[in-house]
Design a protein around this ligand. Structure first.
Ligand code: KG4
Ligand code: ZN
Length: 341
């Protein structure tokens, strides 16, 4: 089955062609115009998606050596995300599916991150604990099978990626800042300063990251950072911050795995590209854990994971008519109700 997939939920315009779960092409265009503003400007994002989408889809077809006539189904991200951005990819994909008379499959972006570790023949073993860490989401999920899961923890405020981005901004690094903090931490001392993490009392698997960003801010003021700034100081603070955030993600995930008696852990989303986070989880292999991490190109937003999720949704569906071009009334809502994916 040849699948064409489109992802436009935030600031990446991406299109991918897959043959079942195998990626034939995965074109990602990251919008750099937001860098100037230190964050994603929603209106700008939709405009860029609109001007990029056709050429990105064409590139994905050319690179996969497939043509529109080969496409069996089209999948696109429909939720959650920036409403204007979602509408571009979703309506473009629906219109294309309608014109080709092929099924259209709406995909939930978070679910796609969850399955991104199972591209290209990587077998999924169940049950597993899924940690999704991106710029907009931080979720801990008990996954019993494809499309059977339970959210057991989430962030009460900032997402892990958001904390990385905001801290990077305080340190004068670019946007998005996660990879800068990761890179600089390699030469920094992670024990330089202990940043406190909020203890969440209501649910033992929930996270909170807004406090650490504030404590970085106060710490920088206290040490008169702007006047003392040096490469070594920035690296030490970056490493100390990274240590605190990755330890919180690791601690809650391991606690859930132990308490649910599950020895398989899957980490995904943009922050899963973090080398320290990976290092912590990799160590668990020595105690018999199976650990999944995505390849870097499937960690950040990409259409390949949307295509895989669309494919899984299609083959697991009992009534394929629900995706037919006669029933395209899937609405996109910028929603955060996680229970619903
Ligand atoms: O999954 P993603 O591409 O977009 C969302 O769905 O939000 O995640 C983007 C996030 C950004 O916050 C970015 O700073 C973070 O992933 N990120 C990292 C690293 N690479 C990207 N955070 C920490 N370490 C990294 N190496
Ligand atoms: Zn994402």
């Amino acid at each position: 089955m040849i699948i064409l997939a489109v992802e436009t939920s935030c600031d990446e315009t991406s299109a991918s062609v897959l043959e079942n779960d195998k990626v034939l092409s995965n074109i990602i265009s990251s919008q750099i115009s937001h860098n100037l503003f230190g964050g994603v400007v929603p209106d700008l994002a939709s405009r860029e998606h609109l001007s990029n989408i056709s050429s990105i889809v064409n590139k994905s077809l050319i690179e996969s050596s497939k043509q529109l006539k080969d496409i069996y189904v089209i999948a696109a991200t429909c939720e959650p995300g920036l409403i204007g951005s979602l509408l571009i990819g979703m309506n473009y994909s629906k219109a294309l599916a309608f014109s080709l008379s092929v099924p259209f499959i709406p995909v939930n972006h978070i679910q796609a991150h969850l399955y991104s570790n199972f591209l290209n023949g990587q077998q999924a073993d169940f049950p597993f604990i899924g940690l999704i860490v991106s710029g907009g989401h931080t979720l801990l999920i008990l996954v019993e099978n494809f499309f059977r899961h339970r959210i057991i923890g989430y962030t009460l405020d900032d997402a892990a990626g958001e904390a990385f981005d905001k801290t990077a901004k305080l340190l004068g690094l670019g946007y998005p800042g996660g990879h800068h903090i990761d890179r600089l931490s390699k030469t920094g001392n992670s024990k330089f300063h202990k940043f406190p993490l909020t203890i969440v009392k209501d649910n033992k698997y929930n996270f909170s990251f807004s406090g650490i960003k504030t404590s970085v801010l106060y710490y920088l003021r206290k040490i008169n950072f702007e006047n003392k700034k040096s490469d070594a100081l920035v690296s030490d603070i970056a490493a100390s911050f990274q240590e605190a955030v990755t330890e919180s993600l690791f601690y809650n995930t391991l606690k859930a795995a132990e308490e649910y008696g599950v020895k398989i852990i899957s980490v995904s989303g943009g922050v899963s590209a973090n080398s320290r986070l990976k290092e912590k989880f990799e160590k668990l292999k020595a105690s018999g854990y199976k650990i999944y991490f995505p390849k870097p190109e499937y960690a950040s937003d990409n259409a390949a994971m949307i295509g895989l999720t669309g494919y899984l949704k299609y083959i697991h569906s009992k009534d394929k008519n629900e995706f037919s071009s006669d029933s395209f009334n899937h609405l996109a809502k910028p929603r955060l109700d996680y229970e619903n994916f």
